[in-house]
Design a protein around this ligand. Sequence first.
Ligand code: TA6
Length: 283
Amino acid sequence: MTVKDEGRTVTIQVGSSSVQILKYGANVLSWVVNGRDHLWVSEKAITDGTKAVRGGIPLVFPVFGKTTGQGHATSQLPQHGFARTSEWEFLGSPDEQTAQFGLGPENLSKEAAEAWPYNFTLIYTVRLTNDSSLETELSVENTDKKPFEFNQLFHTYFKVQNIAHVEVDGLQAVNVTDKIECTGYIKKPGPISIHEETDRVYRDEPGTVAITVDKKPYVTIERSSEVCDVVVWNPWNDKAQDLTDFYPKDAYKQMICVEVGSVGKFTELAPGKKWNAKQTLKL
Ligand code: TA6
């Protein structure tokens, strides 16, 4: 078991399994178990710090998507906020299978710090367990004298062999916001399959969500109670064509984003208080 700082990345090794984290965005780039990487990263992903990485586990904070209209504290921030496009500090390893990263106002670009003028501390903990599960946990602390509100999401890109054999199971009869159809509805019981551009938020989803392949469990996503929403996204062909860093263009058949977080509404954090979100990805 080792945690190695390799400069721009940190690698956790547990037996033959490994996780690699890019310090830029604290983006988990790979999760390799039994010789297979279970995260998808575009072959044209930009990892030089000039753009959010297309793949892995981008961190969405403090806003999901783009706030419409003026006046909200996040309205000047780019889509999905600044966490995924900031250089995080590697804080070290509490044990030989855990890496920790930190982000505060001092790490932000001038634009981001001006757009979201709050004192805060983010601590991101990535752990590869003895059974090769991947745990990611984000701690948010309000170190300011005024409250702030935020969204948070683990924007996980899972690699699959063929999207036609994949379903997302465990989603309950909850409110769904469909961003493609611009509709809202209550989900019907049963698994969902992906056969077109899909971009949905399953709100206040209480269950343990699983990605299945040919009806057999592939990855199970366990989460803390703060992580109450689930986003399912696949760009499909047309949107994949439009995304310059999405490559190969037909790779929408080999990926699915099942993203857990708190995005249905803003969470308010009072001065001096902390908030934690954790997901555990199990094979
Ligand atoms: O999580 C789904 C989503 O919000 C989609 O609407 C799509 O925009 C996706 O994120 C990717 O966003 P990005 O800014 O990384 O291109």
